[in-house]
Design a protein around this ligand. Structure first.
Ligand code: HEM
Length: 340
């Protein structure tokens, strides 16, 4: 049995445990002296956007796709992962809108997600779960939780309290880099015109057991193109899905995977920090999407795209957000699988 399968089974036990205590899960106020638990954070997301039974508690809107990835052998300098064998690897994936509102239109000013599950030889799987932004909104799970709590609608007005939002911004400078990026960058005109980033730093490990700090980016062959303000206001509600189904119906859609090679001393545990722009970049492969399907009943629907599902040759750093995501996704996955 592979290590990955064992990890999956261990996660299922965590999942069973979380299934048993659903009724106690509320958006409780997390004690300020202790980090919030995954159930508290998922509870806060549920309180913020409501619960749609059987659906994801974040990135609820999405579309499934299939395709393949051919990794560049030159990336073996940094990683011995089977991803970079040079052969074609099957991929099941999902594009999504961040957030838990099932009615959010495709023009909403929030990050877009690209989640990939690679089927590697030997029944091993590997996940990349990325966003179309270069940095994240939180250096810790506490900031993510505090952001959700500061955006809760005030019962008196039905809207978030601007004073609470202001207080959040003043006390959480780690949320600023993404806020600045979002203010300057509208959503993409098409998933096929969006780039996607690892955001977290990962360790690439080669045959000699040498580890290199790496971030990566998927760059669309057809270029990055964003909606104008006028297009944002007039776009049909599900234009992103319709566009992708139409495009893949006519032919394959491609992204290049680009690695950014870190240097000793580069930030590795804080996903809100940019690396210096002059870092070396190399091409590491091509992702080709050949079909797209509405998510209901399609292959990606029941996948938990946990970013810690990794195979030999790529390993996590001690980034607290990356490591927290696994338990938060398991909490949401357990609920939606059981129809809650
Ligand atoms: C504390 C930080 C975070 C929390 C609590 C969180 C929470 C969640 C949850 C609960 C889901 C739904 C999981 C499911 O039901 O399958 C989700 C989905 C997702 N998240 Fe996060 N997330 C965090 C950070 C991030 C970061 C840093 C990224 C990108 C680097 C990211 C990208 C995504 C994507 C793309 C999906 C959709 C995956 C899919 O298509 O199934 N998230 N997140």
């Amino acid at each position: 049995m592979t290590k990955t399968l064992l990890q999956q089974i261990t996660k299922m036990s965590v999942l069973t445990a979380s299934l048993l205590c659903f009724s106690q899960v509320q958006a409780q106020q997390a004690p300020t002296s202790e980090a919030p638990t995954a159930d508290q954070v998922v509870g806060a997301l549920e309180k913020l956007s409501g619960v749609t039974p059987g659906e994801r508690r974040n990135h609820i809107i999405g579309i499934c796709f299939k395709g393949n990835f051919v990794g560049a052998k030159s990336a073996q300098t940094y990683s011995r992962s089977a991803l970079f064998s040079g052969t074609s690897i099957s991929v099941v994936g999902r594009f999504s809108l961040a957030g838990g509102n099932p009615k959010a239109p495709d023009s909403v000013k929030s990050p877009r997600g690209m989640a990939l599950q690679f089927a590697l030889p030997g029944n091993t799987i590997h996940h990349f779960t990325m966003l179309n932004v270069p940095v994240f909104s939180a250096a810790t799970p506490q900031t993510f939780y505090d952001a959700a709590m500061s955006n809760m609608p005030d019962p008196a007005t039905g809207k978030p309290d601007p004073e609470k939002q202001k207080a959040f911004r003043e006390t959480h400078p780690d949320a600023k880099p993404l806020g600045e990026f979002m203010a300057k960058n509208n959503p993409p005109v098409s998933y096929a015109n969006s780039d996607f980033f690892s955001i977290h730093t990962f360790k690439f490990i080669n045959q000699k057991n040498e580890a290199t700090l790496v971030k990566w980016q998927f760059v669309p062959e057809d270029g990055v193109k964003r909606l104008t303000d006028a297009e944002m206001a007039s776009a049909p509600p599900r234009f992103l899905d319709e566009d992708l189904i139409a495009k893949t119906g006519k032919g394959p859609v491609r992204w290049k995977m680009i690695l950014t090679i870190g240097e000793p001393g580069d930030e590795q545990t804080n996903p809100t920090v940019y690396w210096p722009a002059e870092r070396k970049k190399i091409e590491a492969g091509v992702l080709t999407i050949t079909s797209a399907t509405p998510q209901k009943g399609a292959d990606c629907e029941k996948i938990n795209f946990d970013p810690l599902v990794m195979s030999d040759g790529i390993a996590p750093t001690a980034d607290p957000v990356l490591n927290f995501r696994s338990s938060a996704y398991a909490s949401s996955f357990g609920k939606r699988l059981s129809g809650q």
